[in-house]
Design a protein around this ligand. Structure first.
Ligand SMILES: Nc1ncnc2c1ncn2[C@@H]1O[C@H](COP(=O)(O)OP(=O)(O)OP(=O)(O)O)[C@@H](O)[C@H]1O
Ligand SMILES: [Mg+2]
Ligand SMILES: [Zn+2]
Length: 454
């Protein structure tokens, strides 16, 4: 028996050090090293994959003609890139109470009702709690097996007996493998448990869902390597107080990582939102200043969303800038461009920017709408009610072309908008679209005038 000794493991990159350091020597992150027990030789991750295969010509391998497994929930299938790929590992992260277990229980029940055997391993809740949730959601399929267990070895045993066609682990932070001594939730435990589970699902061609906790700053708890090990990383987001939830792919080996699914949290579970644009615009304050509508492309579809701004004189001291839903630094950059190129004085103002509905937008095409909302509130003039806005803003104050102009314009038209302020360079792509006036702008100064003019 080798004597256990202490090592320090980085919770961000998984690197190790024999003594505690303020900064990780591998990834240079601050304050990420945590103490862990380690007994002698460490097994390398994914070692379980070795020893079984041999080199095979690529033409003899199974290909994409094997159909994906549909979850029965359209929005989930879309985010996964058209359904679950056999043998793939999917990590789903989200804040406490956002609805991860609810979503996966719905996926599990749907799959079970379609005749698949599903193994739902719960390390957080008792089997009874899962049953109560399932009753509330309105289904109790016979082929859905709930297993309250945290030991990976026993889960694998159960899995080889039950031969499920899908395995769900809720959550990866609560399970442990006997081969690692440290506590569940620790870096090496999470990494090794995940490695064993993933290797098992690869070799058996069984898809695997892992629920992951997130840290205070919103990134997945546990080692970054976890994100590399799985095939797909999904985030389940939303504001607790809002009933809307957004499922977003941040990494996907089998589909676009820009895709987005929208749900509404109800008593009876998560409902798919058929027309997200309609929902995001529902509570829009028409006729008040500081609100701009943009047409944003998320994955394969366009969405109309409202961007709100509040610009008010700073009472004292340094002006505040608070940004929710778009990139903070981009907003600062847009403020600088507005000051320098259009001559709108913002240095003495507090600025608050928010994307309505709890969405997060990270494409540059929303720039122009952020500017529109700020200018509108600054001048205290409402943007014309049937006008939508999109375009990237450059440092020279130029409006740059964006991708998918036609699809953005069509979405705006579908929701009853009659005017769209957009990059001039995109006008040639939208010639065929009738019934909506497209105003092409190439300079921020001109754009600002057209937000209000009729
Ligand atoms: N009886 C109920 N009626 C309506 N909504 C409920 C009810 N019970 C729970 N919910 C909703 O479900 C949410 C909790 O969902 P769930 O347990 O799936 O979250 P989770 O992401 O798995 O959380 P955790 O990280 O704690 O496991 C609650 O925040 C609430 O919105
Ligand atoms: Mg849960
Ligand atoms: Zn590190």
């Amino acid at each position: 028996m080798v004597k256990a000794r202490l090592i320090y493991v980085c919770s961000s990159c998984g690197g190790t050090s024999s003594k505690w350091l303020g900064r990780c020597p591998s990834c240079s992150e601050w304050n990420t090293l945590v103490e862990e027990k380690c007994s002698g030789e460490r097994r390398k991750g994914l070692v379980v994959l070795s020893g079984k295969g041999r080199p095979v010509p690529i033409s003899e391998l199974k290909g994409s003609n094997e159909a994906r497994i549909t979850t029965g929930i359209g929005e989930v299938d879309r985010v996964l890139g058209g359904g679950i790929v056999h043998g793939s590992a999917i990590l789903i992260g989200g804040e406490p109470g956002i609805g991860k277990s609810t979503l996966l229980l719905q996926v599990a029940s749907n799959l079970a009702e379609l005749g698949n055997r599903v193994l739902y391993v719960t390390g957080e809740e008792s089997a009874r709690q899962i049953r109560i949730r399932a009753e509330r959601l309105g289904f109790l399929p016979d082929t859905l097996f709930v297993y309250p267990e945290t030991c990976i070895e026993r889960v694998l045993e159960a899995s080889s007996e039950l031969k499920p066609s899908i395995i769900i682990i809720d959550s990866i932070q609560t399970v442990f493998t006997e081969t690692v001594e440290s506590a569940p939730g620790s870096v090496s435990q999470v990494r090794e448990s995940a490695a064993v589970l993933i290797a098992n699902s690869r070799s058996g061609d069984v898809p695997l869902f892992l629920v992951g906790h997130v840290t205070k700053d919103g990134s997945l708890a546990g080692p970054r390597v976890l994100e590399h090990m799985v095939d797909t990383v999904l985030y389940f987001e939303g504001e607790q107080s809002h009933q809307f939830r957004v499922l977003r792919a941040v990494k996907n080996r089998y589909g676009s990582s820009m895709e987005l699914g929208v749900f509404e949290m109800k008593d009876s579970g998560l409902m798919e939102v058929e027309d997200p644009s309609m929902v995001f615009l529902a509570d829009r304050p028409v006729g008040s200043s500081g609100s701009a509508i943009t047409s944003s492309i998320e994955g394969t579809r366009s969405l109309l969303v409202e961007i709100q701004a509040l610009v008010s004189p700073t009472p004292f001291g340094v002006p505040r800038r608070t940004v929710v839903g778009v990139d903070y630094n981009r907003v600062l950059l847009l403020c600088a461009v507005l000051e320098k190129r259009v001559g709108i004085e913002l240095a003495g103002s507090d600025i608050y920017i928010k994307v309505a509905g709890g969405l997060k937008l990270d494409e540059p095409a929303v720039d122009l709408a952020v500017v529109a909302a700020m200018v509108s509130n600054h001048l205290d003039k409402a943007i014309e009610a049937k006008t939508a806005v999109f375009g990237e803003v450059g440092l020279a104050g130029e409006i740059r072309a964006v991708s998918g102009a036609a699809s953005r314009l069509k979405e705006a038209k579908r929701l009853g908008f009659t005017r769209v302020v957009m990059p001039k360079d995109n006008l040639k792509e939208i010639k065929g679209i009738k019934g909506v006036e497209a105003i092409g702008v190439s300079l921020l100064g001109d754009a600002v005038d057209s937000f209000f003019a009729l």
